[in-house]
Design a protein around this ligand. Sequence first.
Ligand code: 5GP
Ligand code: ZN
Length: 114
Amino acid sequence: MEGCIFCKIVNGEIPSNKLYEDDKVYAFYDINPEAPTHFLVIPKDHIESANALNEKNVDIISHIFMVINKLVVDLGISDKGYRIVNNCGEDGGQTVNHLHFHVLGGRSLQWPPG
Ligand code: 5GP
Ligand code: ZN
């Protein structure tokens, strides 16, 4: 989608520190990490937010979780644990309107969020 920074990352217009890519998803390190390991996994197709999921596009979610499953093992955080976060909409703290899952690990994380 035009003007979307994550679409630009997917198509290489904006550089990123890529961790993984296949025909459906793209994973890259967050530019402003909140934990020793902090990466994002996004669908290549532009989906605005969790609100825009539907019967047709929801299968991407299971694929994203399988990719996360592989990456946390590769990065060595699977045993100690990690957090998967999706911020949706204004109150959810979403700042980029292209569906993305944060994966945070490498330190003990607080709960609940602010
Ligand atoms: P949100 O607040 O929408 O859940 O998360 C957006 C995330 O995208 C933030 O953690 C922010 O640091 C990250 N981000 C924003 N712009 C860029 C960028 O150009 N490159 C990368 N790698 N991360 C970005
Ligand atoms: Zn997009």
